[in-house]
Design a protein. Structure first.
Lengths: 501, 363
């Protein structure tokens, strides 16, 4: 009997061990071949976010006051105030109290504290990782009910003028958005809930010294391989320069993950399963970057003493750089300097180097807006109406883009219906009109945008992959490169896991 | 020893000191330049120049030391000579160290000052300039005329600073007196509990304090900037220690004369502890002036915004150049906000130092 019991225990233990082993294999498989960002972006949205429409729908007779936290400067606030006045004409019962809070992180900190006292605003500027943080307290309103196909998508509001206004986002309105920016709103958890709408966007483009390229008969590189060849040629022409600058190490890593179709992060699962960036493909491109860094082909913001590489691009003295990847929102910083009243050179703008130019990828940046839950459904509806009004308003988006340097999340064909914006794009050039030139470039590459998933710890991953690149570049020579890269990947993953466990 | 010889030696020591300080300054400047712009050609030159000056100083020092030793060989013994050399070396070491630290501390202020008068283009240079090529004083005018509303910010900060300091002094004096002079049950336990709260970082109270003031509907009022910080355990402790140094006999004699506790406190304790109270006043004012996190969280509207928050919130973007910020104008605003505090420290530093050192605690 004792032997039987012992055999059963032993067999059970073995079965458990085998089962755990299989589980481990499955998990390992997921880590290496798991869903990429594109998969999450393609997940169909749920038809409902759980909103319960009050009886009678939106009440245009009941006064509602809503709050909106943003980071707009004086000029942009004036534009916003103007639009809020127009919005007030449409919905006289809605009063919007807009408040400026420093920068995006300040808004995040403020709201994180306010949520603890259930005192959060109704609408706020946000980034994906902020929303993930807020949603730990389940504070963000899912917009699904009001999106095409949603429960209340076809609801309407009869205005005081008797005009019927669509409460939900119509399909025509949804099509106005650049897809990559729109999809950023549901890059959370299983990808089914929409928590943000894009507000003002930016991306990375490559600024290059057009005069230098023309004088030396150089072709603007479109792939990474072409880029390194061009760097080699530039170094032959000007041995004291650093041919190429890339401002953000984190963006460099994340973009290369996307371009190589390799895993970076995933919003759900165990800690190990979320941080997937330690894989062969990623190690290979970090190795390539390190080699080219050791060749003296490029630098980054941190390696450039923490200053933007635009400083090198616009420098009149060595070390100069002739190609520079930076944010379009900071396009003005790439403006060539004046020498005796004339611009030292003309800048050109191109897409960032790609792995596959036929399927370009460029990171999506810039603020979105989210709505917070409120016990008063009328406030939620008023907030939704304002968010819809501002994000799909061509005139406002045009004004905002012209004055901020950000690009609208709306496709070019819609933006060009605004005369002022069209005029701005027509004046685009590589000196005085550099901001317009970068906006034009951005709107032209509308199919290239992607975003990485947002979850608690995603901003940590972003920071760590930037540090990973810096650590890899610490290698003094090719001999110690592999060791440095190996250590950098291990450290980055461990720090990410430590952060969320 | 002749007087002329003594004077010569003093001059030599002063020259050596200056030379040493110069060497330290040059070396440190060279290191700073090297850190800021390692690629600049002249950074290497500065480093070499600094090193040359440092070596020259050492040679000069060794030569003079030998000279002193030779001149006074018959007068002083070898042991005394060694003692002297050791003393001079220690002094040189101390002053070199202090000079280096002083420069390290002052350099950011210097950089803030010169940045505040630079043009935007010069400010953005990859290799920062250590002296402005062109002075742009209009940045200071911009700090007042922009949307910063500096006057209003100063007024708000002064209101909060003065009221919170006065009320805090009342609370601190009464509490310190009770803990120092009065006898009541649980005094020591209560004081220990108060001291224990000093071990908890203030940031940990942020969320709970926010929930409390939010429930009181105090958000965006002056009350929220003043009331939560009226009690400072550190100041109570500081003043209690001071009160305890006043002889008990004075209190007993006053009691025999029929003086009340409050009268004794007002007539005897407060005058005797005036330096500490002045220190507390200054430290509290400085605290109000410098506070940032809490005011940003709870009173971020035009009517109640403080200077620190105001500068952060202000829009320094350049008209017609989207995305560009006029950082020199922002630096000018920071200089203007820093000046009052610097003046307070310059004129009242002895009270600040005295008050803090009396309690035997670092601030």
């Amino acid at each position: 009997m004792k032997n039987k019991i012992g055999a059963i225990i032993l067999a059970s233990t073995m079965l458990c061990t085998v089962a755990v082993g299989f589980t481990g294999c499955i998990q390992e498989g997921e880590i290496n071949n798991g869903s990429t960002v594109d998969d999450l972006a393609n997940v169909p949205l749920a038809t409902s976010g759980g909103f319960v429409m009050p009886e009678g729908g939106f009440d245009i007779t009941k006064p509602v006051e809503i709050t909106f936290y943003h980071t707009m400067g004086k000029v942009l606030q004036e534009k916003l105030d103007y639009q809020l006045e127009l919005f007030k004409e449409l919905f006289p019962n809605i009063t919007v109290k807009a408040s400026k809070y420093g920068n995006y992180d300040d808004v995040h900190t403020q709201i994180s504290t306010e949520i603890s006292a259930s005192n959060q605003p109704n609408i706020a500027y946000c980034y994906g990782d902020h929303v993930a943080d807020y949603n730990v307290s389940n504070a963000v309103f899912a917009m699904n009910d009001f999106l095409p196909g949603g429960t209340y998508a076809n609801e309407t509001v009869t205005l005081e003028s008797g005009k019927v206004y669509n409460l939900g986002l119509t399909e025509a309105e949804q099509k106005m958005f650049i897809e990559g920016f729109y999809n950023e709103g549901h890059m959370f958890d299983d990808g089914k809930m929409m928590y943000m709408l894009p507000f003002a966007k930016s991306t990375e483009v490559m600024f290059y010294n057009k005069d230098f390229f023309e004088d030396n008969n150089l072709k603007v590189p479109t792939t990474w391989d072409e880029l390194w060849d061009t760097c080699e040629r530039i170094l032959e022409i000007d041995p004291e320069c650093i041919p190429f600058g890339y401002d953000s190490e984190s963006n460099l890593f994340i973009t290369l993950c996307e371009q190589n179709d390799s895993a970076y992060t995933y919003p759900t699962g165990t800690a190990v399963n979320r941080f997937r960036f330690d894989n062969e493909k990623n190690r290979a491109f970090v190795q390539s970057l390190t080699k080219n860094f050791l060749n003296g082909y490029f630098t980054t913001q941190e390696l450039n003493n923490g200053t933007y590489t635009s400083n090198l691009f616009t420098s009149l003295v060595e070390p100069k750089c002739y190609m520079c990847v930076g944010s379009t929102a900071g396009g003005q910083y790439q403006k060539p300097p004046l020498v005796n009243g004339e611009y030292a050179f003309e800048a050109g703008i191109a897409q960032i180097p790609q792995v596959d130019p036929a399927h370009p990828k460029a990171i999506s940046q810039g603020p979105s807006v989210c709505i917070f839950k409120d016990k008063d459904p009328q406030k939620v509806l008023a907030s939704w109406l304002l968010v819809k009004y501002l994000t799909t308003n061509i005139e406002f988006q045009a004004d905002f883009s012209i004055d901020s340097g950000y690009m609208p999340p709306i496709k070019m064909e819609y933006m060009e219906t605004c005369e002022a914006y069209k005029a701005q794009l027509d004046e685009a050039n590589g000196t005085t009109g550099i901001a317009a030139l970068s906006a034009k470039m951005c709107l032209e590459q509308k199919d290239a945008y992607f975003t990485s998933p947002a979850f608690v710890g995603s901003s940590k991953a972003r920071t760590e992959v930037g540090l990973l690149i810096q650590a890899a570049f610490d290698a003094q020579n090719l001999e110690e490169m592999d060791e440095k890269i190996d250590q950098a990947f291990k450290d980055a993953v461990n720090r990410c896991i430590d952060f969320i466990t | 020893m002749k007087r002329s010889e003594t004077s010569a030696r003093k001059i030599c020591i002063v020259v050596m000191g200056l030379f040493g300080a110069l060497a330290a300054v040059m070396l440190l400047t060279a290191i700073c330049i090297f850190c800021l712009a390692p690629a600049a050609k002249w950074a290497g030159f500065c480093l070499i120049a600094g090193a040359v000056v440092a070596v020259a100083f050492l040679l000069f020092f060794a030569y003079n030391l030998g000279k002193f030793a030779g001149e006074n060989e018959d007068a002083i013994t070898a042991a005394a000579r060694r003692q002297k050399i050791k003393k001079v070396l220690i002094y040189i070491g101390i002053y070199t160290f202090l000079t280096v630290i002083a420069i390290t501390v002052l350099f950011p202020f210097y950089f803030m000052l010169i940045s505040s008068v630079k043009t935007v283009d010069e400010y953005q240079l990859a290799t920062p300039t250590l002296w402005p090529r062109e002075f742009r004083w209009s940045t200071y005018a911009a700090a007042f005329t922009g949307d910063l509303h500096l006057g209003r910010l100063f007024l708000n900060t002064v209101i909060v600073g003065v009221v919170s300091t006065l009320l805090s002094l009342v609370v601190t004096v009464l509490s310190a007196y009770a803990f120092a002079r009065l006898e009541f049950r649980g005094k020591n336990v209560l004081f220990a509990l108060l001291l224990a709260t000093m071990m908890i970082p203030g940031e940990l109270f942020t969320v709970t304090n926010y929930i409390t003031v939010s429930a009181f509907h105090w958000l965006h009022t002056f009350a929220v900037l003043i009331v939560p910080f009226l009690v400072s355990v550190f100041y109570i402790y500081l003043l209690r220690q001071n009160f305890m140094q006043i002889p008990n006999e004075l209190y007993l004699a006053a009691k025999v004369d029929g003086t009340s506790d409050l009268k004794y406190l007002w007539k005897v304790m407060i005058p005797l502890s005036a330096p500490t109270l002045i220190s507390i006043t200054i430290l509290k004012m400085m605290g109000s002036w410098n506070s940032y996190m809490w005011p940003q969280l709870v009173a971020n509207d035009t009517l109640h915004r403080l200077v620190t928050v105001g500068i952060r919130q202000a829009d320094f973007s350049i008209s017609g150049q989207p995305g560009m910020t006029d950082f020199p104008a922002q630096m000018a605003a920071i200089v203007l906000v820093t000046i009052p505090l610097l003046l307070v420290f310059i004129f009242f530093r002895k009270y600040i130092m005295r008050g803090v050192s009396r309690s035997g605690i670092k601030g």
